[in-house]
Design a protein around this ligand. Structure first.
Ligand code: NZQ
Ligand code: ZN
Length: 390
């Protein structure tokens, strides 16, 4: 196990009705004037936004609103949010929605105290060290942004989808009421499932030795997702299933499962090009990219792939030929994601073969540079993996 630091200061408030306590937590974490930031309108339709506003009004906390964060959130709204916060003297941002609203809120929070262009954090890999406090009320278990130190934004100029991070943008509190996810259509639920599982895979496939405790935490999250996801898709109001998935989404990505080990993240890098180019859901893109990546890198450590096949997918261990077991595990993953209605290849996703060279180029690796760490990927590898996903 490698040396590590782990800092996860978010105060989690979990359970039924907890969104009504929003004002209490805003005050507790120092907010005196709030920007409520949300997405395309699901929070209006569900009545959640009205309940949150009522909570703030009952505590005499002034607020302004900015909706419109799109899936794969854009830079334009971030600039607008930064201007608005400065003009109105906002000192707290409350994101209400999924990962996109939360990521957009984090970008605004980082941009307000920063003299330069907020995009510097995303384009130059600058760590965010100062930001307005962000609280979240989560409506979609997926991105894990409610507990993570990262934010992903797409810049409209060139449609570049890039991430930035820093402990300063970890939410100070996150309210997680599984009931708020009851209104999710099956497709969005499934996209979230793929993302949560992908966050585990990015950490699980590592070259670091002696990481049993994090291996086992990863496997627990995956086993939970395999058991609970079909229930939530069949019965969207299954509170128990929604609750387990919601907490699994947080555990998968606040890095509890990833400390002390080298992590990969190349499948996320390849996916971001798909969602930037075709505006597809991040989880759907991951369902296409991950099996292709797994097939490409499997031979690097067949035993690790066989291990997950046995421990998570319940495959029989073929000691004479562990590769068979490893491949069976990947097949079971594809079958599972397929059973949830997720796309598994370019055709099902609506991606095009002729765009592959553009996507490879857009990842932006210079000559001799690579991404990922389980197996370092160079441009020619990335192109082959995209082709495996056709
Ligand atoms: O915009 P509204 O109207 O709210 O509708 C959303 C959106 O259309 C809808 N939705 C959300 N909650 C709902 C609901 N519909 C009905 N009922 C509800 N309760 O679902 C759609 C997708 O929402 P979005 O927020 O885009 O999804 P998600 O949470 O998957 O976030 C995706 C974004 O997060 C980034 C992705 O790249 C993508 O841009 N990620 C962020 C990470 C992070 N900050 O740590 C890590 C991830 O790997 C990921 O990259
Ligand atoms: Zn993700």
């Amino acid at each position: 196990m490698d040396n590590f630091t782990f800092y996860s200061p978010t105060y989690f408030v979990f359970g039924r009705g907890t969104e009504n306590e929003a004002a209490h937590y805003v005050t507790r974490f120092g907010g005196t004037k709030v920007l409520i930031h949300y997405g395309g309108g699901s929070v209006k339709r569900s009545g959640l936004l009205d309940r949150v506003k009522a909570s703030l009004e009952a505590s005499d906390i002034p607020y302004i609103e900015l909706g419109g964060a799109m899936p794969n959130p854009r830079s334009g709204l971030v600039y607008e949010g930064i201007d608005l916060c400065r003009k109105e003297g906002v000192d707290f941002i409350l994101a209400v929605g999924g990962g996109s609203a939360i990521d957009s809120a984090k970008a605004i929070a980082a941009g307000v105290p920063y003299d330069g262009d907020f995009w510097d954090f995303y384009s130059k890999d600058m760590v965010i060290t100062e930001a307005l406090p962000v609280g979240t009320i989560l409506t979609l278990a997926a991105a894990g942004s409610e507990g993570s130190s990262s934010s992903v934004i797409t810049h409209e100029d060139g449609m570049l989808k890039r991430g930035a991070s820093g402990d300063a943008i970890r939410p100070v509190f996150s309210i997680l009421n599984p009931e708020l996810t009851f209104t999710l259509p099956p497709e969005q639920t499934a996209n979230g499932v793929a993302d949560i599982m992908a966050h585990v895979f990015e950490r699980y496939f590592t070259n670091t030795k002696d990481v049993e405790v994090t291996d086992r935490l990863c496997e627990a999250v995956l086993l939970t997702m395999i058991k609970e996801s079909p229930k939530a898709i069949k019965n969207p109001e299954d509170y128990g299933a929604r609750a387990n998935i919601m907490w699994a989404g947080m555990v998968a990505h606040n890095n509890l499962c990833g400390v002390g080990r080298e992590q990969d993240w190349s499948s996320h890098g390849m996916e971001h090009e798909l969602s930037a180019l075709y505006d597809v859901a991040h989880g759907a893109g991951l369902a296409v990219m991950f099996p292709a990546w797994m097939k490409y890198v499997m031979k690097h450590d067949v035993n690790r792939f066989a291990q997950i096949a046995v421990r998570v997918w319940g495959c029989h261990m073929d000691y004479d030929n562990p590769e068979n077991t490893a491949l069976e595990g990947i097949k079971r993953l594809e079958e599972f994601w397929g059973s949830l209605g997720l796309p598994l290849n370019f055709r099902e996703l609506g991606a095009k073969e002729e765009d592959i060279p553009f996507m490879v180029k857009n990842i932006g690796l210079k000559e001799g540079e690579h991404m990922g760490s389980f197996v370092p990927l160079y441009n020619e590898d990335i192109e082959k993996i995209y082709r495996l996903a056709l």
